[in-house]
Design a protein around this ligand. Structure first.
Ligand code: NAD
Ligand code: ZN
Length: 252
């Protein structure tokens, strides 16, 4: 199947769908300049996130963990949404769309806000890098307000931690419930820029497929992507706008 044929098939399925589930991963934000974990410019190469992004690591070496998150935060604060983020926001204006967003960068949320799309459609299943909260009292702070070095402390004396979900931590039960519902109800799933290795979020794709519904994959690297039925092989910034372009102006 050529790319044009795959795009035409995916557009047709999207036009016929009322309810769409999107699983978005680090590849969605790569063209905004934020490295993925596993690619060539991946964060795994310089650091070992599986050793840093855990509650145990934070208890043992909070300074290193904070240095790493500050380094990531610096990349995120300079980044802007690209045409692919904006295309997903347009999709949300045309179809009932739920995004399980594994990205913690907030770029998709920014594109939604700019487009006037309903932000409740995006679940930040792995939390956000834009905020931190107190481990003792739960008080929340913006990353940009925190000191540039050391382990930030709360006024209650507790330690602040990034508001992301670490390996070994549970996902929000409300997010899990919505994922389970979409797994049963979505007419179509879109897996964008994800290796679909991080569970339980990735588990929604096999559920959709079991019901005979299509999983459309947007990813330049077939070997690094999860399971799918229809392949759009390339970057999200080019292919997502091509996918949703003729949905505009239609009835939802
Ligand atoms: P991953 O790093 O495991 O996989 C990235 C995927 O993106 C790969 O399949 C790769 O082939 C694909 N990809 C690379 N460039 C792309 C492009 N231009 N367009 C589309 N796809 C592209 O990422 P993951 O599946 O999200 O899982 C890793 C975990 O890392 C997640 O839980 C997430 O929270 C975290 N993470 C988040 C960010 C971020 O917020 N931007 C960045 C790195 C990691
Ligand atoms: Zn506190």
């Amino acid at each position: 199947m050529t790319e044009d044929e795959a795009l035409a098939a995916a557009r047709r399925l999207l036009r016929e769908s009322r309810r769409v589930l999107v699983l978005a991963g680090a590849g969605l934000s790569r063209e905004s300049g934020i490295p993925t974990f596993r690619g060539e410019d991946g964060l795994w190469r310089r650091f070992r996130p599986e050793e840093l992004a855990t509650p145990g690591a934070f208890a043992r070496m909070p300074e290193q963990v904070w240095d790493w998150y500050r380094w990531r935060w610096e990349r995120v604060r300079e980044a802007r949404p690209h045409a692919g983020h904006r295309a997903l926001a347009r999709l949300a204006m045309c179809r009932r769309t739920t995004v399980a967003n594994q990205n913690v960068d907030g770029l998709l949320e920014e594109a939604y806000a700019a487009a006037g799309a309903d932000g409740r459609g995006v679940m930040a299943v792995h939390g956000t890098l834009r905020r931190a909260h107190c481990q003792r009292c739960g008080a929340s702070r913006e990353m940009g307000e925190l000191p540039a070095a050391g382990v930030p402390a709360c006024s209650c004396g507790g330690r602040l931690r990034p508001s992301v979900v670490w390996f070994g931590e549970e996902l929000d039960p409300l997010h899990l419930a919505r994922l389970a519902e979409e797994g049963e109800e979505a007419d179509l799933a879109l897996a964008v820029g994800t290796s679909a290795l991080v569970w339980p979020a990735a588990g929604v794709l096999p559920r959709v497929r079991r019901r005979g519904r299509t999983v459309v994959v947007v990813n330049p690297d077939r070997d690094a992507a999860g399971p799918g039925d229809l392949w759009l092989e390339g970057g999200a910034a080019r292919l997502l706008p091509a996918l949703v372009e003729d949905l505009d102006g239609e009835d939802a």
